[in-house]
Design a protein around this ligand. Structure first.
Ligand SMILES: Nc1ncnc2c1ncn2[C@@H]1O[C@H](COP(=O)(O)OP(=O)(O)O)[C@@H](O)[C@H]1O
Ligand SMILES: [Mg+2]
Length: 308
């Protein structure tokens, strides 16, 4: 367990909607200054978790804190420390971009000149300066998404959660969102990024949680998750399975059939020629070989499919 001043502390969160169990006991801590990835297929429970953190939904049981503030009993302080860019784009179409941001500032009691200047800076940074007085309904999808980001940052929150910000956006906007998220992180914000693009998590995040069916299927540093991906499978077809293998080799066998042996090897340390040589020494005649290399995508699929 980490200190109470972690950016996000979640313990034993459960949430159901009717008969659907969206969260089944989630425990996760995100430290200050992390760039944290939340991965998982559709329906895994990512948005439900985020909505609980934002105080938009209440959990059935469990606790969630933002910078040490409970999201229920200390809602205002928790909410003030958090900026959420929601997955769904919902706006009142009749407000202008500047009005949307001013309303959000008012919601946090930030009406002064300093905040107004910050809002203008956000418009500049997010390339919305010339759209400030345009009505929301006149904006393209990509622009609306940028307004959502500006809206989440109006009160300069320490923790920023982006819920699938790049789903369905074009490559150019995606790249500029990555640059912007990196900049926020460099400026000291804690970032939680929800995505189902693995390459995005791999590019940006230090630690990654993989959610599946309302549970956390894996939670580790990016490097450790990638290390899991550093396995490769070697399938060897032999004339016949003749007898005992040397112990070191037997430990790597994953499947054994009448004419084939499947080995699970560690990339880098286990060499295929060495395995083949050991097989020959043990009296096997190798007829054919095939290999299959795992990557992060396969680790993800394996975990989220629930395969052994
Ligand atoms: N307001 C709601 N009412 C009923 N079911 C919901 C509601 N919100 C989410 N769910 C269900 O909870 C599960 C998790 O959804 P969600 O948190 O949106 O997943 P994700 O963001 O990972 O795609 C899904 O089965 C979804 O249909
Ligand atoms: Mg979602």
């Amino acid at each position: 367990m980490r200190a109470a001043s972690d950016a996000i502390t979640v313990t034993g969160l459960h949430k159901h909607f009717g008969r659907v169990y969206a969260l089944r006991g989630i425990d996760v801590q995100v430290g200050q200054g992390e760039f944290f990835g939340l991965l998982g297929p559709n329906g895994a429970g990512k948005s439900t978790l985020i909505n609980i953190l934002a105080g938009l939904t209440h959990a059935d049981s469990g606790q969630a804190r933002i910078c040490g503030h409970d999201v229920v009993s200390d809602y205002r302080a928790a909410r003030r420390a958090l900026g959420v860019v929601p997955q769904e784009i919902v706006f009142d179409p009749f407000f202008s971009v500047r009005e949307v941001l001013a309303i959000q500032a008012g919601y946090f009691g930030m009406k002064g000149e300093e905040n107004r200047r910050w809002r203008e800076e956000l418009l500049e940074t997010l390339m919305l300066a010339d759209k400030g007085d345009a009505n929301m309904r006149s904006l393209s999808g990509g622009m609306k998404r940028r307004v959502l980001i500006a809206q989440a940052l109006v009160h300069k929150p320490r923790v920023v959660i982006l819920d699938e910000p790049t789903a369905g956006v074009d490559v150019e906007l995606r790249t500029s969102l990555w640059t912007f998220a990196r900049r926020l992180h460099a400026e000291g914000h804690t970032i939680v990024l929800t995505t189902h693009y693995l390459e995005e998590a791999e590019l940006l995040c230090n630690r990654i949680a993989i959610m599946k069916d309302g549970c956390i299927a894996a939670l580790d540093t990016k490097e450790a998750l990638l290390r899991r991906a550093l396995r490769k499978t070697l399938c060897v077809t032999v004339e016949e399975v003749v007898g005992d293998l040397p112990e070191a080799l037997a430990a790597k066998v994953r499947r054994r059939e009448a004419h084939s042996l499947e080995f699970s090897l560690q990339k880098g340390s286990d060499s295929i020629p060495a395995v083949l040589e050991a097989l020959r020494t043990a009296g096997y005649t190798v007829v054919d070989i095939a290999t299959d290399q795992a990557d992060l995508e396969q680790v993800f699929l394996e975990l989220t499919r629930g395969a052994a």
